[in-house]
Design a protein around this ligand. Structure first.
Ligand SMILES: *[C@@H]1O[C@H](CO)[C@@H](O)[C@H](O)[C@H]1NC(C)=O
Length: 299
């Protein structure tokens, strides 16, 4: 086999224009490719966002003043007077989703009843949630409520998902007590009885964390009795009550509400200020969407 011989004519390198030792045509090509790629990605991202907005169940124009409580009588957010920073963060997300809520002042460690066995912060947390149960049990205007802590992020499709989940719960048991829309447990879907697989709705088994759960009036009355004496951190006491079938509880295994920690945030419950394991992340995070839109606005 014979190879054809080509005359190799070398370019006269000395006549090429160069920038930092790179030929000009290469620099130009590089710029052209990167600018087109950036433009292409921006167009795609924007189109994606626009189509998402159209699909969003609550596509309300900004500042209409319309806000919802997700079909519950109220949303309560428990917040310490010493943590206005968390309310600032939370309001970005609740404004974006057009959610209205009532802030409940959290009890401080100093207000917690005396007990030498457990950290006072855990007792303060339990006391704060008990106060909300009181309110739900006794306020004639309240049929049910979502109880939330202040360090949270919501699923972008929270409105639609919550409506579907609560419909499925009421269908399964009109006398429901609790529904965990968020938890930090990885095992709810593996160990629990399924109610609606598509909504990832299960009977609760091990619903760790108390950052986002709905309670009915009947549920609140039960909890006031069941939880009357503080024995363990709140979420563990609730898990015991669930396991003993003293409350009828449901969990959304793929959480709609997760704990969210902005940089520099510290836990007021854990002595070391450290954060617990958060459990599964959101499929569509409202926080991430807001951050992305902020980035797009800047560019
Ligand atoms: C806990 O906080 C609530 C709400 O501010 C308050 O009404 C209640 O008196 C506090 N409990 C104690 C024991 O201080």
């Amino acid at each position: 086999m014979a190879f054809q011989n080509f005359d190799y004519v070398p370019l006269d390198r000395s006549t090429q224009k160069r920038i930092l030792g790179v030929p000009l045509w290469r620099v130009a090509l590089y710029l052209l490719v990167s600018i087109s790629a950036t433009a292409f990605v921006s167009v795609l991202t924007t189109r994606h966002l626009m189509s998402r907005r159209k699909l969003h169940p609550l596509n309300l124009p900004a500042n209409t003043g319309i806000a919802t409580t997700l079909g519950f009588s109220q949303i309560f957010v428990i917040n310490l007077d010493s943590r206005p920073d968390r309310i600032t963060q939370l309001n970005e997300v609740t404004d974006f989703l057009h959610l209205s809520y009532e802030r409940v002042r959290a009890n401080t460690s100093e207000e917690a009843p005396d007990d030498n066995h457990t950290p006072s912060s855990h007792r303060a947390c339990w006391l704060s949630h008990m106060n909300v149960y009181h309110r739900i049990a006794n306020d004639p205007l309240i049929e049910d409520a979502l109880i939330a802590e202040d360090d949270i992020d919501f699923s972008l499709d929270l409105h639609m998902q919550t409506a579907q989940v609560m419909r499925a719960v009421r269908n399964d048991n009109p006398a429901w007590d609790m529904v965990y829309l968020g938890h930090c447990s990885g095992v709810e879907a593996q160990q629990s009885k399924v109610v609606d697989a598509k909504l990832s709705l299960y009977r609760s088994t091990n619903p760790i964390c108390t950052h986002g759960y709905a309670v009915s009036k009947k549920g609140a009355r039960k909890l006031l009795q069941v939880m009357e004496k503080f024995t363990d951190p709140l979420d563990l006491m609730l898990i015991h009550a669930v396991a003993d079938h003293r409350v009828e509880s449901y969990s959304v295994a793929q959480p709609l509400i997760v704990q969210y920690h902005f940089s520099g945030d510290r836990s007021d419950i854990n002595m070391d200020g450290g954060m617990n394991d958060n459990g599964d992340p959101l499929v569509m995070s409202t926080r991430e969407r807001i951050d992305l839109l902020k980035l797009l606005q800047q560019s």
